[in-house]
Write a protein that binds this ligand. Sequence first.
Ligand code: NAP
Ligand code: HSE
Length: 430
Amino acid sequence: MTSPLRIGVAGLGTVGAAVCDILLNSQDLLGEHVDRTIALCGVSARDREKDRGVDLTGVEWFEDPVILAKDPGIDVFVELIGGDSGPAYDAVSAALARGTHVVTANKALIAAHGVDLALRAEESGAQLSFEAAVAGGIPIIRTLREGLTGNRIDKVFGILNGTSNFILTEMEKSSRPFADVLKEAQAKGYAEADPTFDIEGQDTAHKLCILAALGFGIEVSDESLCVEGISLITPEDIRSAGELGYRIKLLGYAARKDGDWDLRVHPAFVLLDSPLGAVDGVTNAVVLESSLLGQLVLEGPGAGGQATASSVVADVCSIALEKARPAFGRRAASLRRTNALPIGDIVGAFYLRLTVQDKPGVLARITDECARHDISFATVLQRGTDPDGNVPIVVVTHACQESAMDQAIATINEMPETIGSPKTIRIVDL
Ligand code: NAP
Ligand code: HSE
């Protein structure tokens, strides 16, 4: 039997503690797959005294994760601290520099520095693995990197943030306020240290960029990506979506488009019977469209300690089996840096909700303004007058260019009869 594979884990929070628990207490199960002992040798976190819910007696404590990453007694450095700079970046860099394999769940780090880190891993002969960085427990990285090698990937899209999907689902089911449901997601360990990443779409954007690198071989510039979150979605929008046969989901979408790249993150109306329409709670779903397989849907727990630890431990086991693969499934130097298509160029239908004064001709003016921009209406719902005597209107448009919609909305917003700001949500045909 070969020598033990020696593991150092930095970060003992929701994910780190669950990983240590598996490494310490599921040796028999791991031994069925890996003919090598996997030994947890060192750990690091900020507070040594904190109860982690797992007995770490006999495991060496390191005050500094960078020292752990550089320790010659470690073969695999597992980074579960988080953040795209600071200790996570420093420790991962230090590990790769000395040829120590790295496993991380840190999508912010991989989205920001993945290609550079992959180059360094190639130089030092280390493995850089990040299965847990996208869609928690779903083995999507492995699927894209290894399982579809003979395919051209045309589209990758999905629900990639468990916290947002949990919030949208609970708001729909129980009409609880946004802030209340966010607190529950945090308590369950789904949310990032800074939950604005979850609800404002950045976490989904990080994951989408990683999927685009794996699927398309591109490195998308952050500034070119449209990223919108769910914090402005109201119970009224959720109710309207239901009435129209849709549900609202935070969508990460990446597709080839006539030589360009249509990449975006935003809340979207998706049909109830589409592949994402019935995905609820913390569950994530990733849909791949590829040349040989057509559509493939992977669905499962997208966040939480155990789900994420499942992916981290799978990466550790692959290293134990010496199944070396380039981090992005190709040489890091071959990834092409590119922009996403400007969001104004995208063509699609819209949900539009606005409130107007109850006066003759107002709806006609709105219709005319939209017609001027080549936008036609598929459905109009007018819901009687509200207590102030104003009229809430919901419109579903046919497909139109997004920049035309923006111009029409800007004019409608200026109409004296318009109360508040009109709200639009994209409708995406999946
Ligand atoms: P967490 O619960 O906040 O845990 C972070 C851990 O890092 C804590 O143990 C903390 O120590 C430690 N830490 C922070 N600063 C440190 C420093 N300077 N030196 C050493 N340790 C430090 O976070 P998490 O939810 O486990 O997430 C960890 C990573 O996994 C993140 O990259 C996250 O994006 C990713 N991820 C999380 C999930 C999920 O569902 N939670 C899913 C997929 C990916 P103390 O405990 O002592 O404060
Ligand atoms: N905060 C993330 C989410 C964790 O809610 O999906 C999983 O990456």
